[in-house]
Design a protein around this ligand. Sequence first.
Ligand code: NAD
Length: 496
Amino acid sequence: MNELSPVFDRAAARIGQLSGHFINGAWQRGNAAPIDVIDPATETVIGQIASGGATEVDAAVNAARAAFERPEWSAMPAAQRERLLLRLADIVEQHQDEIAAIETLDNGMPYAIARQMAVGSAISSIRYNAGWPRRLNGETTPVSVPGNWHGYTTHDPLGVAALIVPWNAPFAITCTKVSAALAAGCTVVLKPAELAPMSGLRLAELVAEAGFPDGAVNVVTGLGTQAGAALVAHPGVDKISFTGSTATGQSILRESAGSLKRVSLELGGKSASIVFADADLAKAIPGVAMGIFGNSGQVCAAGSRLFLHDAVYDQFLEGLAAFAAKLVVGPGTRDGVHLGPLISAGQKSRVMGYVEAGKAEGASLLFGGDAPAGAGYFVNPTVFVDARPDMRIMREEIFGPVLSVMRFSDTDSLDDLARKANDSIYGLSAYVWTQNLAAAQAMAKKLRSGSVKINGSGMEFALPFGGFRQSGLGRENGRDGVEAFTETKAVMVGWS
Ligand code: NAD
């Protein structure tokens, strides 16, 4: 046990200071009653955030607008923007331990994972996006109208970007969005999730420390239905970049239609993993297991449906059970813990509701389906076999450590398999495990999802990420992710 170790003491003290909205480079407190923030491992209050609404959103959007228009930002050379982002990445890296501890107390994820994956990947995404200001070139285009013309395009920043973030990987998602928006030349109003807001607030301080001008990054905390909705409705917002549930994404699209705000949506998933008979099980078993149990299943791209070939069915499931038995579920502040709690009591009861639904609909529980006794919103890794495509556990996003398994055999063609994997309203990711790269490539072509990973998983910031169908609209990462914060402008110069 190291629950009282100094890094968590320092993080707890820092959390106590992160209260208020961060607007135009300064902390501001609102008048509304603050919202308690709870450590999901202990169910205790670790801090409070301000409950923002239309007034605070208006102040933040105005600050972002003024910063966007000031030459200090709008005329900043691309190389300077790059330098500021690289400096921000360095500063985040210097605070890696502290931010990871904040993330552990706030979100529940195990400290080692928070440090390497959450904060580590956030640093990588900032450094990746830092490369874009100087590379965001347009095109020159032959012009066919009469006369002599030079035709070219530019990618102009959209203006004020509202970034609305979920609680499942708060720091990583926040840094991806903030760095892409700033790289494109936008200014930002961030709305962190009320269930895990602390690392986003800490980022605002570090952005200021890196030397970004006041107003370039503002943060308004509060409830989605108040602070979030006010941002979506605000006429001064040019772009909404949202990550969260499909239902909220749909509501944001409806609410922003009147002003035709540009909208990017990264939403839910029900991603398929397909394990062929010739898969390297030594890699596929841990890969599939951590693809659904990692972050206690609270991952949009989680491989929550497993299609498993007959020939390796028993061997794979034995291996999966043995792997899962070694996973330690507990508070992320303890050494050696692999899986932390779910984010809230509501999320835990939602996940346990799906476990009951799976049993009631006739799936067989291979292991798990229960929760450790005591405080904290923990759920043990759970696997259902004999799942059918019409069951709720196969169709709906559970967002917990629950895997549903279906068997296939040689009588299923690749088209049959793709049809089963594609049979979802979602289309975020898919995972294929086989040593036959021709079959893998054929599957990659047939699968209708934004990403296909063959013999592995993980996030690559140079590749676009996003969903087909109800998994979203638009892409993050790669060139697409930065261009999503720009408008393309066509310029024609008549030269004689
Ligand atoms: P959520 O939709 O409840 O909340 C996300 C954010 O939106 C929060 O900041 C919340 O305060 C805000 N919000 C809620 N209602 C709003 C409204 N009416 N207007 C404006 N903002 C509003 O989602 P969640 O429960 O925090 O996150 C879990 C979901 O996020 C899952 O469905 C998961 O799949 C998805 N997710 C997707 C990705 C991706 O990249 N595709 C990544 C992570 C999580």
